[in-house]
Design a protein around this ligand. Structure first.
Ligand SMILES: Cc1cc2nc3c(=O)[nH]c(=O)nc-3n(C[C@H](O)[C@H](O)[C@H](O)COP(=O)(O)O)c2cc1C
Length: 177
């Protein structure tokens, strides 16, 4: 069984990742989800836990302690690491080598291919700093996917929407080895 590790960051499009996890699990993949604090403002870990039948990782340091060094274990097991939706923040953190929460720490530790699906307001997406971070990650071999165009949650119209979940599922399946 292939292991897909999915990072979820703080975007209104988090609900689409529920469909991604649901479909991959139904199709026989073992899916582990890591959520940032901001992501948990949009969707509850329980939803991902129920759909994936796996515990959801939300904390770097848990009160009950971990038997293993969890971020390294998850990173080692993963056949594919996916971040969907990927905020401007997580893209910037990875591009800078920052590892200050569970998701960004895992991102530094994975040895499998990383696929990033950005989602953000058009002005954020085309901010030259964000664009520079995307180019930097591409140079390091990260697969940074495009976005969809249309009406954004804030009412603006333009690029920056998370790609349709069906397309993301297909991309994951095509790339997991
Ligand atoms: C309603 C709402 C929607 C947001 N949507 C996005 C988004 O789509 N993309 C993004 O980069 N940030 C978005 N943000 C801001 C992020 O949640 C914020 O930058 C946060 O610090 C990201 O943290 P994380 O990368 O650790 O999840 C949104 C904030 C709010 C309040």
């Amino acid at each position: 069984m292939k292991n897909i590790l999915i990072g979820v960051t703080g975007s209104i499009s988090c609900y689409k990742t529920l469909e991604i996890v649901n479909q991959l699990t139904k199709d026989g993949y073992n899916v582990n989800v890591v959520m940032t604090k901001a992501a948990q403002q949009f969707v509850g870990p329980l939803s991902f836990e129920t759909l994936s039948s796996n515990p959801v990782v939300t904390e770097m340091f848990s009160a009950d302690g971990h038997e293993k060094v969890e971020h390294i274990e998850l990173a080692k097991q993963a056949d594919l690491f996916v971040i969907a939706p990927a905020s401007a923040n997580i893209i910037g953190k990875i591009a800078s080598g920052i590892a200050d929460d569970m998701l960004s720490t895992i991102a530094m530790a994975v040895i499998c291919p990383t696929h990033i699906f950005p989602a953000m307001n058009t002005k954020m997406l085309y901010n030259p700093i964000v664009q520079d971070n995307i180019e930097k990650l591409k140079r390091f071999g990260y697969k940074i996917h495009g976005t969809a165009s249309g009406e954004l949650a804030c009412g603006d119209i333009g690029d920056g929407k998370l790609l349709p979940w069906e397309e993301i599922v297909q991309t994951i399946k095509n790339n997991v080895k």
